[in-house]
Design a protein. Structure first.
Length: 113
């Protein structure tokens, strides 16, 4: 069974930091990534990392967010620094395995003073 379970969301003030985690049920996803869906908007790419460690980061978060993974723990991370109100969204973990997309349940991140 393929599962992705996010954790680490919450309420943070502008300029603050959060780290999201995604526990994966297997280690052989070809690509893992983070997407987000702001209120009233479509889901959008935040960052991805492939099996070789190559990363792709959206321009809107470049320099503030870092994607990484711990292969031994089958866990994906998203370190988010200097958070802004426009980063408020439900954040989803995504994995591609044998050509199919798998999604976590999402975790809410709210940036507000």
């Amino acid at each position: 069974q393929v599962q992705l379970v996010e954790s680490g969301g919450g309420l943070v003030q502008p300029g603050g930091s959060l780290r999201l985690s995604c526990a994966a049920s297997r280690s052989d996803f070809s690509v893992l990534g983070w997407y987000r869906q702001p209120p009233g908007k479509a889901r959008e790419l935040v960052a991805t990392i492939n099996r070789f460690g190559g990363t792709n980061v959206a321009d809107s978060v470049k320099g503030r967010f870092t994607i990484s993974r711990d292969i031994a723990k089958n866990t994906l991370y998203l370190q988010m620094n200097n958070l802004k109100p426009e980063d408020t969204a439900v954040y989803y973990c995504n994995g591609i395995f044998l050509g199919s997309n798998y999604w976590g349940q999402g975790t809410q991140v709210t940036v507000s003073s």
